[in-house]
Every structure is written in C-alpha cells, then in structure tokens.
Design a protein around this ligand. Structure first.
Ligand code: ZN
Length: 329
C-alpha cells in the first residue's frame, strides 16, 4: 500500500510517499528555518503563507522523485494537529482536495504519534511494548506504547519543552536560532564544561527545564566579559543538564515498566550528545531515527497513517484541524 502524506504543522512543508508504512519511496522537506531565523522564532502568519507557496511544488517533487502517478497511490494522509492553526489548515485542505479529486481514503494523523512512527521507517522494526521519549520544540513527553494505536502518557514537561529550553538558552548565550543545533555546535571540543543544576522531580516521570534556564541566565549575568571559551563551556553545561535528566529519567521509567525498547522521537532526538548518551547508558535497546526523520517530515505521517488505515481508522471530508490536539491518555 502506497500512502501520500502531507505535513505542515509548523515551519516545514513536507510531502512523502511511503510503501507499507516502512519503505520511503520519496520524502521532500522544504524548510522555512532561514526565513524565521531573522525573527528569532517562528512567526505563525509567515509560516502559513510560506506553506501556501510551497505545498504544490513540494507535492510535485515527490511524484517527480518517485516516478509514480496518482493512479499508483492508495491513500492520502495529513497531520491534523497539534500545531499552528494556519499552517495545519493549508495541509489539511490540500489533502482533502487531493483525496476527493482522486477518490482515495483520507487519514488525519496526530503529529506526535507521527514522530514516534519515524522509528518504523528504519531497517529494524521496533518491538512492543516500548517507551517513547518525544523531545521537540513544543514537547518533552514520555509515552508508553503497548500496541499500535495505544499510547499512555506517563510524564511531560511542567514548563519549557527541551527544544524550547535550547532556543532560550542559546538566546541567553548570544547564539543563533534554532538553539539546539547552535548549542551542539558550540559544545564541540569542550572538555571542561561549567556546572549547572538539574531538576530531577523525583518520584514522577515529569520534566522541568525552566530552572536550568534561569540558572544559566544568572551565570551569564554574573560573568564579567565572557569570552568565546567561556560561552562554549556554559553551552556544554546547559546541554549536559538537559541531556542528563532526559536520559536518566527515561531509562529509569523503561526499566521500571519492563518494556522491550526505548524509542526516541522529535527534533531534539537529532542532538548528538543525547543520542550518544542513550546508546552508552541504556541497558535496553534504543532506537533513534536518522536525524532527517527526527525533525518534521511527511514520511513519519505516512507510516502512522498506514497503521491507522489497516486497523480501519480512516477519516472523511469532514476532517478538520485540531491545533491543541492532545496525545496519550
Ligand atoms: Zn514535530
């Protein structure tokens, strides 16, 4: 079964064709990151306008790359939420029009569920039950996945998401947006990082990153004329504080629950330090999608839609965007 998927929940316009939920035929991503970088963050109105400009060329590109035609597509999938309302609307309306015009089934996908399914696009397929850590600009969630379509939220961030913390930390250190890649680049070659506190929130599976951000701000304010070496050491301290908590609390929960694997998902899962630390520290197998599949992409939406479709969960033309769509019970 070949699914054409569309993803426009935030600032990437993406389309993909995926076969049987696991083989990527074509995956095209048009990033808006350079447009939003000048504002230091995503501007929703600019994002939706940009999606409108790029959606047609991006969908045309997946067909060009795959040499397939609409006659060889079996279903249309699209992200219905959570995300920016104006951005989601572009994708959902476009997908609905394609489904109606080509008389194909339509599947609306939860963006966070999609991130988890990026793990099904790898050579080795995940084993269930597994514990999923979704870390992105908007989320830091621990999700127990017992079977396809069954997601239980064990914990989440009580304040800033990990990606949001990286953006704010980078701004404090005078590093560019997006903060995660900028902080990762700044930490290169640092052997003696400074020290920052961690919020462990013992006896819960929740996270908190606003305290470490405030501690970083105080450290910067107290430092008289910080040089480049000091900024790098501070960036390493900040990254360590976030990675330590994410890795230790996820492994702790996975061990307690007796799951078979840990799955990482979301944009922050492309952070090298986080990836290396999980592999080094976890007694359980850890699956991490390729970095390009950690950030927003339509291939993950197609994979998720495949499992929804084979379990009889198709939508119809009444499908609407749900910007605040929840995930996990
Ligand atoms: Zn995302």
């Amino acid at each position: 079964m070949r699914i054409l998927a569309i993803e426009t929940s935030c600032d990437e316009t993406s389309a993909a064709i995926v076969k049987d939920g696991k083989s990527i035929v074509s995956n095209v991503i048009a990033s808006q990151v350079e447009i939003h970088a000048r504002y230091g963050g995503i501007v929703p109105e600019v994002a939706s306008r940009q999606h409108m400009l790029t959606i047609v060329p991006v969908v045309e590109s997946v067909f060009k790359e795959s040499s397939l035609s609409f006659a060889e597509i079996d279903a249309i999938a699209v992200t219905k939420g959570p995300g920016l309302a104006g951005s989601l609307l572009v994708g959902v309306n476009f997908a609905k029009a394609l489904a109606i015009a080509n008389k194909l089934p339509l599947v609306g996908v939860n963006h966070l569920e999609g991130h988890i399914y990026a793990n099904w696009l790898q050579k080795d397929q995940p084993e269930l039950p597994c514990l999923c850590l979704i870390v992105s600009g908007g989320h830091s969630d621990l999700i127990l996945m017992e079977q396809h379509g069954s997601f239980r939220k064990l914990g989440c961030t009580r304040d800033d998401a990990a990606g949001e913390a990286f953006d704010k930390g980078a701004r404090i250190l005078g590093l560019p947006y997006p903060g995660g890649p900028a902080i990762q680049a700044a930490t290169k070659g640092v052997s003696t990082p400074l020290s920052l506190p961690r919020a462990w929130l013992k006896n819960t599976d929740d996270f908190s990153f606003s305290g470490v951000k405030t501690a970083l701000l105080h450290m910067v304010e107290e430092k008289i004329s910080p040089d480049e070496t000091w900024i790098k050491q501070a960036a390493a301290a900040f990254q360590n504080a976030i990675v330590d908590v994410l890795v230790a609390k996820t492994i702790q929960a996975a061990t307690r629950l007796g799951v078979k694997q840990i799955l990482l998902a979301g944009g922050v899962a492309s952070n090298n330090d986080l990836r290396d630390r999980f592999i080094a520290d976890s007694p359980l197998p850890v699956m991490i999608p390729a970095p390009i599949l950690c950030t927003d992409n339509a291939a993950m939406v197609a994979s998720c839609a495949y499992y929804r479709l084979i379990s009889g969960n198709a939508d119809d033309s009444k499908l609407d965007v749900i910007p605040g769509l929840a995930f996990g019970v």
